[in-house]
Design a protein around this ligand. Structure first.
Ligand code: ACO
Length: 324
């Protein structure tokens, strides 16, 4: 029983606190010029009290409002996050409770910056089999709580926020292709240990805060390669040409990665939506925040084809080609 899939709602929420590159240069040895030139980022939103779940709840409410359905009509809630408030209850269950999604199955998924693509894929598979009809997929992060503010190579990159979509089955014929991969042998390139780490027999190591580490240059090369791989795989699975895709929404990590890909696949940079200048890298939240911004700008129309591509810790990567 293969069903067609359609996005019917978009929402996002970011903290109101804006931290510019200039603000960062007052606490870190960096400059606006360095950050802008190397990353394209000008500012990011940093939580002042907002939690991953509070951002996720606000994004979810907006997406439901756009979809025009009630929370009780949801069968499934998946929250992609690496920065949950708690391991349990999951952020999904916290969102479920707050919005009143009394009929939903809810859980979190940890796929780092690929989390939203993985979560949307899981939701699509549930919908395609007919098991569920309506799903809320959220990417939500408070990256600021796992950043090493003494490491200028990573601290300047990240921001906080949440984005959400509502997807449903439809009788209309729609393209949906998915490609996902991971490579656990490269786990050291991007790492966020769980805390506290306690070995109760020998080397007791307790750290009070989980800190992300990253080999930036390795991630950069990896990202460029796997984005091209994902574009090629999605196009070869579908009956369309890359030129027929209306927008390619890449995980918002670095404008230089996006420019590299645009040149390599020979597709105008205008087709690659970018808002990382305002939000930095919000990990699993970056793609749904971008989608909500595109929706708000009236850029999304029925029949358009979108490619969503994520990459990140694990290492993980993947993409979804879908028709609006
Ligand atoms: N301000 C000023 N100077 C800096 C800063 C900074 N914030 N950070 C590093 N530098 C310096 C370095 O110390 C180095 O100085 P040196 O030449 O005197 O040794 C110089 O700038 C160059 O440093 P590189 O690390 O080589 O800079 P690079 O051009 O590689 O840019 C960056 C670093 C921006 C991190 C880049 O590698 C990148 O964007 N990588 C991808 C990261 C990414 O996308 N991560 C997200 C992954 S998704 C996930 O799952 C979390």
């Amino acid at each position: 029983m293969i069903k067609n899939i359609k996005i019917i709602g978009y929402g996002s929420c970011t903290p109101s606190n804006v931290v510019t590159n200039h603000d960062l240069s007052e606490i870190i040895d960096t400059t606006d010029e360095w950050i802008s030139k190397r990353t394209g980022i000008k500012e990011r939103r940093i939580s002042k009290g907002e939690s991953t779940s509070s951002l996720a709840i606000a994004a979810a409410k907006k997406a439901l409002n756009v979809a025009g359905i009630t929370a009780a009509e949801l069968d499934l809630i998946i929250v992609a996050t690496s920065t949950p408030d708690c391991f349990f209850p999951s952020t999904g269950c916290i969102v479920q409770s707050e919005i009143g999604a009394i009929n939903a199955t809810s859980f979190d998924l940890a796929g780092a910056c690929t989390g939203f693509v993985y979560a949307t894929d899981v939701a699509i598979q549930y919908l395609k089999t007919g098991r569920f009809k309506r799903a809320l997929v959220i990417g939500a992060e408070v990256m600021s709580k796992i950043i090493d503010w003494n490491d200028r190579g990573t601290a300047i990159l990240f921001g906080d926020g949440a984005g959400a979509i509502v997807i449903t089955t439809t009788d209309e014929k729609k393209i949906t292709e998915v490609y996902t991969k991971s490579d656990g042998t490269k786990s050291e390139v991007l790492k966020l240990p769980a805390v506290p780490i306690i070995d109760m027999y020998d080397n007791v190591k307790v750290i009070d805060r989980s800190i992300m580490t990253m080999n930036g240059q390795e991630v950069f090369k990896f990202a460029c390669n796997v984005i091209i791989e994902t574009i090629d795989e999605l196009i070869s699975k579908s009956n369309i040409k890359l030129e027929d895709v209306d927008y390619i929404v890449l995980h918002q990590a670095n404008s230089r990665i996006i420019e590299y890909v645009s040149n390599k696949v020979n597709i105008n940079i205008e087709k690659f939506f970018m808002n990382l200048d305002k939000y930095g890298n919000t990990s699993a939240a970056s793609i749904p925040i971008a989608l909500d911004e595109m929706y708000g700008k009236n850029m999304l129309k029925s029949g358009q084809k979108l490619m969503l591509i994520g990459f990140g810790g694990g290492l993980t990567w993947g993409g979804i080609l879908l028709e609006l």
